[in-house]
Design a protein around this ligand. Structure first.
Ligand SMILES: [Zn+2]
Ligand SMILES: [Zn+2]
Length: 316
C-alpha cells in the first residue's frame, strides 16, 4: 500500500501533481453526487424522483445534476414536450462507475451491515440472492489487496490546477431539511462524500502517518486537515497514537476498516484513468503483483458470476 498514490503533492505555486485519484475525488467526493449516482443505478431518472430518493432541496439538485451533465456522467433527454420535461440517464462514463458503486456496497456490508437498511440487502438479480460483491484482479483472479498493488507515473504525469472550493455551507444546511426515501449507503457517503476525507484516506493508504506528511501532500488548510483527521478517528477509520512525548506528537494509522477502503480508492483511480485522462494519457497507472495493469472484476459471492451494471436490485 505504501507506494500507492505517493505522487499526490502540491507545488510552490499551488498547482498539484496530476493524480488520477484526486481527479476522481474532485468529481464524486461529494455527498449529493454520490446519492444521485446511487439513485441513478437504482433506475431513477426523473427530477422529482431524484428529489424523492435523495431528499435534496430543489436548487441543490439542479446544481448537482448540471454538474454531472457537464462532467459527462449524466445525459439529459427530453421525455415530454408540453411542458418540457427531461430525464437524466447515465452515460457510458456514468454507467462505468458501477464498479465503484458495488465496491461501496461491499465495504458498507462488511463493516456496517444493518438489516434495516434496504441497500444492504441488495439482491443479485440473476441468482436472486442477497450478495456481497467480491473484488478480484481481472487478470489473475486473486482477491484485491492493497499490498499487492503499485502505482507508477503514466504518460499523462504532470500538473493539475489546485482543486477549487465548491460547496457552500448554506446549500448543505438547506439540503439537510429533506428526507430521503430510504437510508442508503450512509456510512460510506459520510466518509467519502467529502473530498478532504477522501484525500486524507488516500494519503493514509499511501503510507502517510504524521500531520506534517499529510499537510505536505494534501492541498488543504491545516484546520480543515485537523478536522478531517479527528473525524476519521471518530469514525474508526484512523487511530491516533502518541509517538513522541515532548513535545507531544501523534501519528495516524489506518484501522482494518480503513485499510479496507483500498479497493474503493483503486476503483476510483481506474475509473479516472479511463474517463478523466486527457489525450496525453492517465497521470497514474495501477499495476497488480501479477504484472498486469490493474483491472477489477466484480463477482457475486453467492453465485460467482460477474456483476454487471443494473444486475442488482433492492429487496422486494
Ligand atoms: Zn493480478
Ligand atoms: Zn449471484
Amino acid at each position: 500500500v505504501r507506494r500507492v498514490l505517493k505522487n499526490i503533492h502540491q507545488t510552490e505555486d499551488g498547482r498539484v501533481i496530476a493524480s488520477s485519484a484526486m481527479r476522481a475525488i474532485n468529481l464524486v467526493g461529494d455527498r449529493w453526487t454520490l446519492l444521485i449516482l446511487y439513485s441513478a443505478f437504482l433506475g431513477v431518472r426523473r427530477f422529482d424522483d431524484f428529489r424523492h430518493a435523495t431528499g435534496m432541496a430543489r436548487s441543490l439538485l439542479v446544481g448537482r445534476l448540471k454538474r454531472l451533465e457537464a462532467a459527462g456522467v449524466l445525459r439529459r433527454s427530453l421525455y415530454q414536450q408540453r411542458p418540457e420535461r427531461y430525464e437524466y440517464r447515465l452515460t457510458p462514463m456514468g454507467a462505468d462507475f458501477f464498479v465503484t458503486a458495488f465496491i461501496i456496497l461491499r465495504w458498507e456490508k462488511i463493516w456496517h451491515y444493518d438489516v434495516a437498511t434496504p441497500s444492504h440487502r441488495m439482491v443479485h438479480t440473476p441468482c436472486g440472492r442477497e450478495f456481497t460483491p467480491r473484488v478480484v484482479c481481472a487478470h489473475c483472479n486473486e482477491e484485491l489487496l492493497g499490498r499487492d498493488v503499485t502505482v507508477v507515473p503514466g504518460p499523462g504525469a504532470g500538473f493539475d490546477p489546485r482543486p477549487a472550493p465548491r460547496m457552500n455551507r448554506r446549500s448543505a444546511l438547506e439540503a439537510e431539511e429533506g428526507q430521503s426515501l430510504h437510508p442508503m449507503l450512509e456510512r460510506s457517503v459520510e466518509i467519502i462524500g467529502d473530498r478532504w476525507n477522501a484525500f486524507t484516506i488516500a494519503m493514509a493508504l499511501s503510507g502517510k502517518r504524521k500531520f506534517k506528511e499529510f499537510q505536505e501532500t494534501v492541498p488543504v488548510a491545516s484546520n480543515i486537515l485537523a478536522d478531517r483527521l479527528a473525524r476519521l478517528v471518530k469514525l474508526n477509520i484512523l487511530t491516533r497514537n502518541l509517538y513522541q512525548e515532548r513535545p507531544e506528537r501523534f501519528e495516524y494509522r489506518l484501522t482494518p476498516m480503513g485499510r479496507d477502503l483500498f479497493p474503493l480508492i483503486a476503483s476510483l483511480i481506474i475509473w479516472s484513468d479511463r474517463w478523466l485522462a486527457g489525450p496525453e494519457g492517465p497521470p497514474d497507472i495501477v499495476t497488480h503483483k501479477c504484472g498486469a495493469e490493474l483491472k477489477l472484476r466484480l463477482e457475486c459471492d453467492q453465485c460467482g458470476k460477474a456483476l454487471k451494471p443494473g444486475s442488482a436490485q433492492l429487496p422486494a
